[in-house]
Design a protein. Structure first.
Length: 173
């Protein structure tokens, strides 16, 4: 089975909730509140992982979303929420699946846009029109976010930041 995943409310916006959902006909949505995101961000900052906070949290949320349905999922299509960071996010998700000894579905990223079922599954939870299927607690997600960080993840983020800074300097000149 192929599922589509969408997010409403960015992880880095710690003043608002984040809802993430999948749909294939069946819908499932999880939510993480502002307080939990701020707690994760603070722990990441203290551990020197502030650059990875967004991507590791997003990947952990995707993992928690699909974990219980893996027996029926063959392919996961994730909306391109963080362009240029797909490789890092995919590696983190696969790392978490392997760590738990779970099946690894095919994972790809695409512009999902506002596909009605998946977009509204996430948006309706974000907008408080529907109740989430599961509220993610700090204790549940924190160990996933700070699980051993590969040097390659840090290198990818650092290189991306350097490229962005270089582009900004060229624009300013």
């Amino acid at each position: 089975m192929k599922i589509y995943i969408d997010q409403s409310g960015k992880v880095e916006n710690t003043a608002k909730v984040t809802a993430i959902a999948f749909s294939d006909g069946k819908k499932y949505a999880i939510k993480i509140n502002q307080r939990t995101k701020r707690q994760i961000q603070e722990v990441c900052r203290r551990k020197g992982l502030s650059r990875l906070f967004i991507y590791r949290t997003f990947a952990a949320l995707v993992f928690l979303l699909i974990k219980k349905s893996l027996s029926i999922i063959d392919q996961v299509v994730i909306d391109m929420e963080y362009p240029g960071h797909e490789k890092t996010i995919k590696e983190i998700i696969l790392e978490l699946l392997r760590k738990e000894g779970l099946k690894e579905p095919s994972i790809c990223f695409a512009r999902i846009g506002n596909r009605p079922k998946v977009h509204y599954a996430a948006y309706n939870v974000y907008a408080k029109k529907k109740k989430e299927d599961k509220l993610i607690k700090f204790e549940e997600i924190m160990s996933l976010v700070i699980s051993p960080v590969r040097k390659s993840h840090i290198d990818i983020i650092s290189n991306r930041i350097k490229k962005d800074r270089g582009r900004k300097r060229l624009k300013d000149a």
